[in-house]
Design a protein. Sequence first.
Length: 355
Amino acid sequence: MNRISVLKIIMIVAWLLAAIGLPLSIYCEFIESDTWLFYFRIYPHMILFPLLFLGAAFVSIYQALILVVNKQEIARTTAVILCLSTWLLCIELTSDNMMLFEFNQTASTTREVPVEIIEEIKKIPNIIIDTNKIINKKKIIINKTDIEESFKKYIKHNSKLEEKEKKGYYEFMKLSLSYQTWKSTKQWSSFNRWLYASSFFIIVTGSLINISLIFLHSRQQLRNQSQYIYHLAVSSLLFIAWMPLRIYYNISTNNLLFGSDLVIGNMDIFAWIIYPIYLISIILKIHKIRQDWIAIVMVSIIGIFLPLIGIFKTKWIDVTFGLHSTPVTWIVGLFIGWFIFYVFNQRAKHQSHIS
């Protein structure tokens, strides 16, 4: 089996784990309660992004990889990237603000907290949760069912609550979804947590490999530089499609859970630094190699407007991929992703013939 065949198998397996494995596992575990649909909507950056856009991104990366003459440099770079991705994964898995699908349906624990926090939680109204059921002296009794039901009730009734009641709810959620609360508890995690870890690792690794391919290879190392840069333009745009979904999660989901309105999360700073750099690099390389102004304008518009839509038009994301979306709009998103792939793929072939 040659290196190209091995590479193809690795990328197919990675795509299956991230794009099919996690969504399918969530669907199978929570199908009876229809909660799977709820999870898809509140965590689009981790469930819908790989399902809709990662396939086309990986095909584009693969098409670029096979144009590289010397694969040894890729192997060395990938080894470094895998180490970096592992480090980021360790941070992610031990961070707070855990996701609901990471817990199995019977997950339950108790945590002793300061009296001040107890008093705040006591202010949560009964329409959200019965605080007598979850408070036992200085301890808070936490289980998956209560977390989920209180979240859904808060979405429905939050406009009716006073600020002190909201603050109590936020304290309960921060405590309930903190890794520190659960790390000493046995048998709380769902198999989805480990598929989520795989998906996170694969998305980060794929994005970093995409970046490395833009900067590492000169014209002499490539079979066709024009095709190479067009393929990377597609994969770059599809990875940038993650940003509005992540921004939606930060602005909408995290606001409903924790009262946070931060656009940029703790680890998002990496994306906000890296994505503009390689978007500009792609544009400059297209200009240098082909001076293809149509491609430059398309990359510029899509690459710039996707994050801006996430920030300033969050409601658009809400109705297309978020809490008020439907599978119909997800399918439209899937077609748009593959349409972008098709357009640039055709452009790569056309420019290659011109060469």
